[in-house]
Each structure stands twice: as C-alpha cells, then as structure tokens.
Design a protein around this ligand. Sequence first.
Ligand code: DAT
Ligand code: MG
Length: 151
Amino acid sequence: EQVDETYIMVKPDGVQRGLVGEIISRLEKKGFKLTALKLFQCPKELAEEHYKDLKAKPFFPGLIDYITSGPVVCMAWEGVGVVASARKLIGSTDPLKAEPGTIRGDLAVQTGRNVVHGSDSPENGKREIGGTAYYVSGLKKVKYVSGHQLK
Ligand code: DAT
Ligand code: MG
C-alpha cells in the first residue's frame, strides 16, 4: 500500500487556545506517524504562497492576516491514506457544517478561525512539506520506525 504524507498546520487560534496537544493526539490515536514538527511564525510571503490558489477570493487578505497573527505549529504526518483520512478527522471548512467528532466540528465555530490546516491531495502534501515551507520554516522530516504499522 502507498504511504502518503500530509502537511498539518495548527493555525494561530489553535495555538493560542491550547489545542495543539488535542490535534496531535487525534492524529496519533488514529495511527498516523508524525515525521516533522515546528513552532513557527509564518512570514506574509510564505502565507501568500501557501494559499496562492485563493488569491482572488475576497477573504484572502483576512486569511493572510489571520495565519500570520501568531505562531503556527507545522507538521508532517505520514501513513497509508493519510491525506484523505486527516481531512476527515479535521472536518468541513465551515466548522458549523463539520460533523461532531471532527476537530473543527468539536472545537471551532467560524470558517475564519477553523484551527487547523490539512493538505487536500498527496501532491499538495508533498508541495507543502517539501516546497517553500521547507526552506523558510526549516521544517525537517525525521526518519524512524514506529511500532504499530505494517511493514
Ligand atoms: P480547507 O482549509 O478546508 O482546505 P480551503 O482550502 O477552501 O479550506 O480554504 C482555506 C482557508 O481559507 C480555510 O481553512 C479558511 C479560509 N476560508 C475559506 N473559505 C472562506 C470563507 N468563505 N470565508 C472566510 N474564510 C474562508
Ligand atoms: Mg485547503
């Protein structure tokens, strides 16, 4: 089976509200493997690069202000089906539409304060972990064997 990787980022509201442990815990308990982690103050240019597909949206300036308003926790996670599964664990973009039991469904109210980011495709997972973020944030992957996964 194909092992994928996804970029998960606890947004500034998640860090300020003390939800970092809760979010990591949900991904760990599911069985995914944490391969990189860094607390990071995102510069404006990198936030714009990260969300470049949304540049034309009316909420873009507010989104960039939000993401750069305080430290974020950048993480790489790997596992079979991790991209789609992490999106399910995170829940819908609008927290009021996110199912109870999901991170956004349980912990957030507003789309503009939805506590966490997860890559939307394996290609974007690779881009977000290995692209600009790697050089700017110094997010570094660590290779190790975790105990609970099939080899
Ligand atoms: P997701 O984070 O679920 O992948 P997205 O990629 O469509 O959602 O949008 C990225 C972020 O932009 C989202 O987490 C919050 C913000 N955003 C999206 N739609 C918005 C809207 N209608 N109003 C305000 N912020 C929005
Ligand atoms: Mg997205």
